[in-house]
Structure formats: structure tokens, C-alpha cells
Write a protein that binds this ligand. Structure first.
Ligand code: UDP
Length: 323
């Protein structure tokens, strides 16, 4: 297939593009390089530097490329930042996403795989979270992703744009080529590995008084290669649907740090801090629906396996993409 990967120079998009190329698909990557990196664009892909805020520009790009499908990874994805700057989230994740959808409709491109988030569920009453749980976000990031999920349902109904919304839990790990390198790193695993690399003196734990067994937040870390495979399965479907993507198991912040200590053999000092605004205590998915309906078979579920792949990548590229 001919696929336009929007946000394909970012962490998740770069690995998905790599897998699509490995499977023989033709790929164009559109990215504004605000979060993504030129070096994270697979050399086999065609690269278009462009911004979804540029409504005419994106319309021209989609009309020119006429892809069979779009994968939409571009967006802002930090909970804490969304609590400080909601406008950025509603603009980037909703308004700019609409520019992409309108460009698709105008060019008769009627299939999209969308990066949604577990943040759409807010504070679930229990875990694991399945697709029937109420979506009641507690931060603008989750709200923006939920709004776009709803827009996709209307575009399906009115314009026949088939969608697959994939609600990621915590994407982690790396492929051989591509890994996690944010210019301002806020994510747990890369922050812990920076300490292991000697680039930071300690890692901070945000909140030790949650109602969880060790007092720290629990998240469902899912390997980026398993995530990428789910996107490829999403391309082959004929019906629109939303799926939760996790492992069904959760790890606390302390468990992640312990896994990093084990994998790296480094001490990794910690400092305990107060809670980070907008963080739910526990987010764990069940992914039975995508397993049942699309035959998704995750291969790299163990936390140590995920951390090992990230550690390998960070050792190979200690300065990340270096830009
Ligand atoms: N966290 C932490 N120290 C860090 C980064 C994150 O304690 O340096 C915590 C954060 O508060 C959350 C969990 O680790 O409870 C996962 O955070 P991350 O930013 O990796 O992902 P999120 O769940 O926010 O998408």
C-alpha cells in the first residue's frame, strides 16, 4: 500500500514507518520536526517537511500523494504540559488534525489509523480497562484525543472515512534503528536510562503516596514493536473500530526503576518528589478486543525485555538523534 505517515519522524511514527517499509509498503513521511528528528526518518521513505497547521499545504500534499491510507501520529502528548497550556493541545490535536481529515476527504483518501491514548479514560473505577469503560479524561491531553476520536466517528458516518483508533497505554522500548529521544524528556524509562548512562545524577519519582502497593503510579508499558504491529493490522480492516493497546499487566514507577537497575547493572539513585499534576494512579489495559478481532499477538511483553531494547538503543545512541 501507499501510506502517508504523519508524524513519522517521531518516536512511535518512526518505528511504524520502519515496519511498514520492511513489509514492502511505500511510505511518505510528513513531519514538521518540532518533536520529530530528521535522522529518525527512515532513509527508504520519502520525506515531506510540513505542518498540519498549514491547511492549504496539507491539502496539497495529500492531493499530490493520494495515499491509500494515512497513519496519524502527529500531536502533542504530555499530560503535565497540557495542564499548563491546554490551548496547544486543543489546537495541535484537534484543529490541526481536522486539517488533515479535510485534506483526506478532499483527495478521496478514506482510511486512517489514529494514535489515541489511555488518557481518554481519566480515572478508571477499576482495571484492566477495556473498550466499554467510560471515557472521562482528567487532563486536556486526554480530552483532545477523545475529541478527535469523536470527530473520526462523524467523519466515518458522514464522509465514509474508515478509522482505527488505537489507545496506547505507555509506549516504551526501541527497535534496532529508532528509539525514544524527546528534546525535553519527561518520560520515565528514558529519564531513568539517562541516569544509567551517567547523563543525570538521579531520577525523580513523582508521588509516593498513591493508593498502590508501593505508593507510586502504575502504568502499562507496551513495546513499541508490538504497537507498530497493531497499526499494520489496523490497515487491513474493513470496519472502523477503537482498540486499547497494552499488556494487561502494570508496573509501578519503582518497579520500572528496579528493572532498569537489573538490565543496566547501574545503581540509579532516586529522589522522591510530590505528585505530578494530572497523573492518574493506575492505568492498565486489557487488549482482548484487538487480539480477538484483528489477531494481534504481542511478542515483547516482559518489562525487562522492553527496558533492554531501550537500553540497547540508548547505549548505541547516547546523544539520541543529536539535534
Ligand atoms: N514519572 C516519574 N519520574 C519521571 C518521569 C515520570 O516518576 O522522571 C512517573 C509519572 O509521574 C507517571 C509515570 O512515571 O506516574 C509514567 O510517566 P510517563 O511520563 O513516562 O508517561 P505517562 O503515563 O505520563 O504518559
Amino acid at each position: 500500500m501507499n501510506i502517508l505517515v504523519v508524524g513519522g519522524a517521531g518516536y512511535i511514527g518512526s518505528v511504524c514507518a520502519e515496519l511498514l517499509l520492511n513489509e514492502g509498503h511505500q511510505i511518505a513521511i510528513l513531519d514538521n520536526l518540532s518533536e520529530g528528528h530528521r535522522a529518525a526518518v527512515d532513509q527508504r521513505a520519502r520525506f515531506v517537511e510540513g505542518d498540519l497547521a498549514d491547511r492549504d499545504g496539507i491539502a496539497q500534499t495529500v492531493a499530490r500523494l493520494r495515499p491509500d491510507a494515512v497513519m496519524h501520529f502527529a500531536g502533542s502528548a504530555l499530560v503535565a504540559e497540557s495542564m499548563r497550556d491546554p490551548s496547544k493541545y486543543f489546537r495541535n490535536n484537534i484543529a490541526n488534525g481536522l486539517n488533515l481529515l479535510d485534506a483526506m476527504v478532499a483527495a478521496d483518501v478514506r482510511q486512517i489509523v489514529f494514535s489515541s491514548s489511555c488518557a481518554t479514560f481519566g480515572l478508571p473505577e477499576r482495571t484492566p480497562i477495556d473498550e466499554t469503560f467510560p471515557q472521562l479524561p482528567i487532563n486536556p491531553y486526554g480530552e483532545s484525543k477523545l475529541a478527535f476520536e469523536k470527530i473520526l466517528r462523524w467523519y466515518d458516518r458522514i464522509h465514509g472515512v474508515r478509522f482505527i483508533s488505537l489507545r496506547y497505554f505507555n509506549a516504551a522500548g526501541a527497535s534496532e534503528k529508532f528509539g525514544e529521544d524527546h528534546r525535553c524528556e519527561t518520560h520515565l524509562i528514558p529519564n531513568v536510562l539517562k541516569v544509567a548512562l551517567g547523563r543525570q545524577p538521579h531520577v525523580e519519582i513523582f508521588g509516593t503516596d498513591y493508593d498502590t502497593p508501593d505508593g507510586t503510579c502504575i502504568r502499562d508499558y507496551i513495546h513499541i514493536l508490538d504497537l507498530a504491529c497493531a497499526h499494520i493490522l489496523g490497515l487491513g480492516t474493513s470496519a472502523s473500530a477503537s482498540y486499547n493497546l497494552g499488556t494487561g499487566g502494570g508496573s509501578s514507577v519503582r518497579q520500572v526503576i528496579d528493572s532498569c537497575r537489573k538490565v543496566t547493572g547501574k545503581k540509579i539513585p532516586v529522589i522522591e518528589r510530590s505528585r505530578r499534576s494530572g497523573d492518574p494512579p493506575r492505568l492498565v489495559a486489557t487488549s482482548e478486543k484487538i487480539k480477538r478481532e484483528l489477531g494481534w499477538r504481542p511478542q515483547f511483553q516482559a518489562l525487562d525485555t522492553i527496558v533492554s531494547s531501550a537500553w540497547k538503543w540508548h547505549q548505541r545512541f547516547p546523544n539520541g538523534y543529536g539535534d
